[in-house]
Write a protein that binds this ligand. Structure first.
Ligand code: CAA
Length: 309
């Protein structure tokens, strides 16, 4: 099958998580990528992700947003790979044109993944990270084959294929992708990734590689301020959220949104902004830190600012 955006095989690392699953969904149903490798750590996780994928397909077919034959084609494009990254690059079918990493928001995990991808895949494979706040240039610097000789051309060329492609949750619904080139990223890689994200039905904005990029530089201080308002008794959680929902037409209030994103993720991004800029206006609220300590992570843990039975 010919695909205009040129991505015939796509790999998704962390494919069973909310973000990875959503990216697989738009890649299969909108960009119609013929072969999608779902990479995750265990078959059980992959099965869970596939179950959710199937429920989204069924919902879209029942609402006439997708024909049954398009849904069948999308489902047939998925190829779960349960051994993580181990077999990646061994043969054409396991050599993607692009990999999107949607693993946990943790620098050393992402560096390890990028180093392994660069070792096993050719220089032509685009390596995208879905990071929401970590330096893309730092992650890209790990995209060097472990077999490359120090100072060789490969050491310089490896990071050129890496960039940030920041999708938003829930991916099938949110219309944006924020594209973040690292200092090293080549123009060709930016162009190819732009064509792919557009084929997924997304509008693309571009941000410099600065802490939180555009989206979280603005969103996270806003959420943090709402938590400080709660902490200092300005209003109840319900009144804070209702004010923003009804007064400003936000689909969710900031405390509900923090639960939705994950309070640990919001805390982590706030810490990154604070640490990397040194500006106290980004300091995470004490209450947010304590909630993370308590394991009140929001929707995913069943309790955050609200309860999710
Ligand atoms: N995956 C796929 N689709 C989903 C979904 C999910 N996890 N959750 C909801 N949807 C779909 C529903 O199936 C429904 O689709 P249809 O229109 O086809 O029926 C649609 O979204 C609307 O859902 P609901 O009717 O159940 O609920 P709603 O109208 O209250 O909308 C919402 C839910 C779309 C999540 C809405 O509340 C919203 O837009 N909230 C704000 C989300 C947001 O700001 N996201 C960005 C977070 S920041 C981020 O992701 C990046 C970062 O770096 C932190």
């Amino acid at each position: 099958m010919s695909v205009k955006h040129g991505i015939k095989t796509l790999g998704i690392v962390g494919a069973s998580g909310q973000m990875g699953n959503g990216i697989a969904y738009v890649a299969a149903t909108r960009a119609k990528v013929p072969r999608i490798l779902l990479l995750d750590q265990s078959q059980a996780q992959l099965d869970k992700g596939l179950k959710f994928f199937d429920s989204l397909l069924a919902k879209d077919v029942s609402k006439n947003k997708l024909s049954q034959s398009d849904a069948d084609e999308a489902r047939a494009s998925l190829h779960p790979v349960a051994d993580g990254l181990a077999s990646l690059g061994s043969g054409q079918e396991l050599t993607p044109d692009m990999v999107i990493e949607a693993a946990t928001e943790n620098l050393s995990i992402k560096q390890k993944i990028f180093s392994q991808l660069a070792t096993q895949l050719p220089l032509e494979t685009i390596l995208a990270t879905n990071t929401s706040s970590i330096s893309v240039s730092k992650i890209a610097a790990s995209a060097v084959s472990q077999n490359a000789a120090p100072g060789s051309k490969e050491v310089w060329d490896g990071p050129k294929r890496a960039l940030g492609l920041h999708f938003f949750n829930p991916v099938p619904v949110m219309k944006l992708v924020e594209l973040i080139p690292g200092l090293q990223t080549s123009q060709d890689v930016v162009d190819r990734a732009t064509a792919f994200a557009a084929a997924c039905g997304k509008t693309i904005t571009r941000s410099a590689d600065t802490p939180g990029f555009v989206s979280n530089r603005l969103l996270v201080p806003f959420i943090n301020e709402a938590i400080i308002a709660l902490e200092t008794g300005v209003a109840t959680k319900e009144d804070i959220d209702t004010t923003l929902k009804l007064g400003m037409n936000h689909p969710m209030g900031p405390l509900q949104l923090s639960d939705f994103i994950g309070n640990d993720t919001v805390y982590y991004i706030a810490e990154t902004l604070h640490r990397e800029t040194g500006d106290s206006k980004y300091r995470p609220s004490v209450l947010l830190g304590r909630m993370v300590d308590a394991g009140w992570l929001g929707k995913k843990s069943g309790k955050g600012f609200y309860e999710y039975p």
